[in-house]
Write a protein that binds this ligand. Structure first.
Ligand SMILES: Cc1ncc(COP(=O)(O)O)c(C=O)c1O
Length: 422
């Protein structure tokens, strides 16, 4: 007799980017030329001091367990960094290190959620928010982000949630936002802080793109008075220092919540490798100018991609504000050729040409609110991004190929047209 998977395991939704990545790699191995704009990874090398400090740490035999919340020196350095860069009143006790930022979604949910609790999530949303909420038997409550509002989180939606939900318990914020590139303004964050301050409401503030704000600087909810006591903010080395494979991030929160999250690290991962923490610490100390140069290169790429897409009839984007993603509305194209947006993404990769493809994601990979959009990342050299832009209108015009793709994959036929952008 085979053993039965839990209901959670049976219905677990994963990040589609990794699935599309696998298809893109498979097609490439068969000789297809694919421009990979599906995964949110940096095309740049990890920064210099991170690499050399990691090598040195191996030579120094920093290869044993260390305290679960992190090396004291790492925690102190991370606190200095958020204090100086984002005005967050943190000390070492407010920091817990983790293998990237993603794991803090799970720990936040374990720290605050019980079965049946309501958790507000602005949607489109990062795909792993929902499984982490559901892991606790809690209840995601989705509220839309709109292109007309530059994909900013609307404080009125929070007000409404707090007033009307049977058991409001937590809020997921993500600014700068993946997939849309939207940014919560300082005023939005102030309003949000005023709404939750002093209430038994916990906020997860996911901030992996804190160095990818293209106008002004990054603002964190933690800057607002009192927010350290009821908010967990997550940061990562994956984007700013091109260290996704090292797996390093940290959270900033009150001392009590940090203690609780430290226990979660203790009972799951034991600790994050000291070698990796020492590499990250060196990046924080010595790689700021290299990081900022790389960020400027990302900005140029995003602008190139957004401007190129905006020229294509039927596509509407917002001006790039943050992140290395562009999230154009393609409803007019989907409606015209009768295909869903994720169908369109897979058609560009698999169906539009035998020799060439573009890998990207349909907006619905980030929740139903993303339907009618595509998400492109900028993780390729500039000339490849240009090739992708040039290919799109050609692919959209190949109606015989669209029909052949749809007859092979009928689940991507559009049954109800998408609303058009204003
Ligand atoms: C919104 C958001 N949260 C979390 C993560 C996870 O990052 P990490 O590599 O630090 O786990 C990502 C990565 O793409 C992201 O976009």
């Amino acid at each position: 007799m085979s053993v039965t998977l839990s209901r959670f395991a049976q219905t677990l939704n994963v990040e589609t980017a990794f699935t599309v990545l696998a298809v893109a790699k498979m097609l490439k191995s068969q000789g297809k030329d694919v421009v990979e704009l599906e995964i949110g990874d940096s095309p740049f090398e990890s920064t210099k001091s991170a690499k050399s400090a990691g090598e040195q740490a191996i030579r120094d035999n920093q290869s044993h367990y260390c305290p679960s919340p992190g090396l004291p020196a790492f925690r102190a350095e991370a606190a200095r960094f958020v204090q100086e860069e984002f005005g967050i009143p943190a000390t070492a006790d407010n920091v817990v290190v983790g293998p990237g930022a993603k794991v803090f979604q799970q720990f936040f949910c374990e720290a605050f959620l019980n079965a049946g609790d309501g958790v507000l999530v602005f949607s489109p949303h990062f795909p792993t928010f929902i499984p982490n909420i559901e892991r606790r038997g809690a209840r995601p409550v989705l509220t839309p982000l709109t292109q007309a509002n530059d994909f900013r989180p609307d404080p009125r939606a929070i007000e409404q949630f707090l007033k009307t939900d049977a058991k409001p318990r937590a809020i997921f914020l993500n600014s700068p936002h993946n997939p849309t590139g939207g940014v919560a303004t300082e005023e939005d964050l102030k309003e949000i802080a005023d709404l939750v301050r002093g209430r038994d409401i916990a906020v997860f503030s996911d901030e992996p793109y804190c160095h990818m704000v293209w106008k002004g600087r990054h603002r964190s909810l933690l800057e607002q008075p009192g927010m350290l006591d009821q908010c967990v903010a997550a940061y990562t080395f994956s984007k700013s220092y091109s260290m996704s494979g090292w797996r390093l991030g940290f959270c900033v929160t009150s001392r009590d919540i940090a203690d609780a999250i430290g226990k979660m690290i203790n009972t799951t991962l034991s600790c994050v490798p000291p070698i990796v923490q020492l590499a990250g610490m060196a990046a924080l100390q010595r790689d700021t100018s290299e990081r900022d140069e790389v960020m400027q290169r990302f900005q140029a790429k995003v602008e190139r991609l957004a401007n190129g897409l905006q020229q294509i009839p039927g596509i509407k984007t917002i001006d790039p504000q943050a992140t290395f993603y562009v999230f154009p509305n393609v409803a007019a194209i989907c409606n015209r050729i009768g295909i869903t947006s994720h169908g369109l993404a897979l058609y560009l990769l698999e169906g539009a040409d035998d020799k060439f493809g573009v890998a990207c994601l349909g907006g619905e990979c980030f929740g139903e609110a993303g339907a009618g959009f595509l998400r492109f990342s900028c993780a390729e050299p500039d000339e490849r991004i240009q090739q992708a832009i040039d290919f799109l209108p050609v692919a959209f015009a190949r109606e015989d190929r669209v029909q052949a793709f749809l007859s092979q994959h009928p689940k991507f036929k559009l049954t109800q047209t998408y609303p058009l952008p204003r």
